[in-house]
Design a protein around this ligand. Structure first.
Ligand code: TRP
Length: 335
């Protein structure tokens, strides 16, 4: 069957993946595998742009991401799973794209400004960090991907990729397609404090958490602040626990909503029910996760095979890029 197109997307190996990654991206990626040619990248160089000082855990984090991906259903038989730094061509293309990318485009990128504020100057003053979106553009276009499934937070980077592609193609001729974003259904999952789930907020439920830890985290989870006692009428739309019912307990959202609003259902019982469904939904993933964690050589083999496939595609594209830019040596001619 002809595929609809080619996908590239990725995660940075900055720590354990959490429910936000699972619902925001991994489930979407897993579904897309049949319809698209898929490349999924563990973006370790991107992790270095801010985490360049602590690299002790980088290698372990890479493998943990691979384990999470495989456990969530990314399938090496159908998709190419690889580590960015295993395909050095990304670095070459990043350099070449940096020539056609005005610094002003990068400085006005909203994620650049946000991160600078959040992480402070020390971590974000580097040249590599400014160029983060250029590296991301290289990741995408080196595979000539036309579709990029991402969360909303990544849209500015995709817009920059498109601008860089237009500029490159204008100067050197049409080498790269302009990729389009594909947004996930649940792009923002609330964390245990009600804010967006994010490692930097310390409010995550990790895919590697044990059922006991998950139970504890949900028990302590933020709820509608106006519902203090059972009997108080609640507002499900303001309660992160209700978002979880919406995802993991879809058959019962109506009665839960009614019970909460009328006051009949207390937060403790509401959480007991959601925990049960959340754990049931995660159980197959947790089992696969444990198996893979115990079989690292398999995980490493998957990544090595993925890198080889990715490299073959990247090498061809770079050949074309060098031709287009006229930096390739002319073919040897016979005297
Ligand atoms: N910047 C992305 C993130 O933080 C990770 C990433 C790197 C990526 N390269 C990519 C995503 C290419 C999509 C396409 O989530």
């Amino acid at each position: 069957m002809a595929k609809k197109g080619r996908i590239l997307s990725g995660h940075r190996p900055t720590g354990r993946l959490h429910l936000g990654h699972l619902e925001g991206t991994l489930r979407t990626w897993a579904r897309l595998q049949d319809d698209y040619e898929c490349f999924f990248e563990i973006a370790d160089w991107h992790a270095l742009t801010t985490g360049f000082e602590d690299t002790d855990l980088l290698r372990e984090n890479i493998e943990q991401v691979a384990i999470d991906w495989l456990a969530a259903g990314l399938d090496p038989e159908r998709s190419v799973l690889f580590v960015q730094s295993d395909v050095k061509e990304h670095a070459e293309l990043h350099l070449l794209l940096s020539m056609v990318t005005p610094v002003s485009w990068l400085e006005r990128c909203p994620t650049y400004k946000d991160q600078k504020q959040q992480l402070g100057d020390e971590k974000t003053a580097g040249y590599g960090f400014l160029g983060y979106p250029v590296l991301q553009a290289a990741d995408i276009v080196i595979y000539k991907a036309d579709t990029v499934p991402i969360g909303e937070d990544q849209l500015p980077h995709l817009e920059l990729t498109r601008e860089i592609v237009r500029r490159f193609n204008n100067i050197y001729g049409p080498v790269f397609p302009e990729p389009e974003a594909k947004l996930s259904r649940f792009s923002v999952i609330p964390g245990t404090d009600g804010r967006k789930m994010s490692k930097s907020y310390g409010n995550t439920i990790d895919l590697s958490d044990s059922p006991e830890v998950i139970t504890q985290k949900v028990r302590k989870m933020f709820t509608d602040p106006e519902k203090i006692y059972k009997g108080d009428p609640g507002h499900p739309d303001k309660c992160p626990v209700f978002v979880y019912h919406n995802i993991y307990n879809q058959g019962r959202t109506q009665p839960i909503k009614q019970g909460c609003e009328s006051g009949e259902l207390g937060c403790v019982d509401c959480k007991v029910e959601v925990i049960e469904h959340l754990l049931a939904a995660l159980e197959p993933l947790m089992e696969r996760r444990a198996e893979l964690d115990a079989n690292r050589s398999l995980v490493r083999e998957v990544l090595a095979a993925g890198a080889e496939t990715a490299r073959a595609v990247a090498t061809d594209t770079m050949e074309e890029v060098r031709q287009a830019m006229k930096t390739a040596a002319p073919a040897a001619t016979n005297p």
